[in-house]
Design a protein around this ligand. Structure first.
Ligand SMILES: NC(=O)c1ccc[n+]([C@@H]2O[C@H](COP(=O)([O-])OP(=O)(O)OC[C@H]3O[C@@H](n4cnc5c(N)ncnc54)[C@H](OP(=O)(O)O)[C@@H]3O)[C@@H](O)[C@H]2O)c1
Length: 240
């Protein structure tokens, strides 16, 4: 893949950080814009780190405009997301459902990536194949749901997958070379998965570095025909 201008959102996260470090080495001539709610430091000189209030749509718009003044994006990765925090814990049963918890999952896992896409997708390079990828999750697949539970997170990721499909259809009309996809990283050793790692089979808990490398390899082999779908770290398409 030819890449001069790359953006990674959520770069304080385990996967976001791993993507930035890997891409900085893989694409030493590219400028890599990183966005996080808190200022992050990276050693590579081709990384430009920005703090960004993800609650402020105007700030997102301005940040994207500034990052694409000289050249459009060749690759955008949105690595934000939330499964548990000080406000929510994934629900195990109907009796735990709460309006506020649903809203919080939807805010972070669906609306935020959609608002980032709103400003980034029109600024994807039209001269070469350009990629926009959002970290989704296998548990957002309705057909794959065998275990139940995690209502809010599953619903928010399923809605995210629908957003990705819908945006891919729209953007294809103006940018035939664009690829817009969701990504499932596998179970990755990070604060997000930390409380839920007990039942992960041996060898299936990946490091963020491994997952990021796998996902970049999967991403860079995709074609516009595959836009709108969701892909796992091993290249398999995840059915909706
Ligand atoms: N880890 C796994 O096993 C796994 C499995 C399947 C899917 N995923 C998906 O992969 C993505 C990254 O996961 P990760 O493991 O790297 O998680 P992580 O280490 O917890 O990082 C997630 C990042 O998302 C951003 N974020 C978190 N809460 C937010 C909020 N309330 N508002 C705005 N931004 C918020 C933060 O970025 P900033 O602080 O930089 O703003 C945070 O560092 C998520 O979408 C997750 O659902 C992970």
């Amino acid at each position: 893949m030819q890449a001069n201008n790359i953006a990674v959102f959520g770069c304080s996260g385990s996967l976001g950080n791993a993507f930035v470090r890997y891409l900085a080495v893989q694409y030493p001539k590219a400028v890599i814009h990183t966005f996080s709610r808190t200022q992050q430091e990276f050693e590579s000189t081709n990384v430009l780190s920005h703090s960004l209030d993800f609650q402020d749509e105007g700030a997102i718009e301005q940040a994207v405009i500034t990052a694409t003044v000289e050249q459009q994006f060749d690759l955008v990765i949105v690595a934000t997301g939330m499964l548990h925090d000080e406000i929510v814990t994934p629900e195990k049963s109907l009796k735990q459902l709460s309006t506020n918890v649903f809203r919080h999952y939807y805010d972070v896992d669906t609306i935020l990536p959609a608002m980032i896409a709103k400003y980034c997708l029109p600024r994807l390079n039209r001269d070469n194949q350009a990629l926009f990828a959002v970290l989704s999750a296998r548990v957002g697949s309705i057909s794959d749901n065998q275990l139940g539970g995690w209502y809010g997170y599953r619903m928010a990721k399923a809605a995210l997958n629908m957003f990705i499909k819908t945006a891919a259809i729209e953007i294809k009309r103006s940018n035939k070379q664009a690829v817009v996809v969701g990504l499932h990283p596998g179970t990755v050793n990070s604060p997000l998965s930390a409380p839920f790692q007990r039942h992960v089979p041996e060898g299936k808990l990946f490091s963020p570095d491994y997952a990021a490398q796998q996902l970049v390899s999967v991403l860079t082999q995709l074609s516009p025909k595959q836009s709108g779908a969701c892909f796992a770290y091993d290249g398999q398409e995840i059915a909706p």
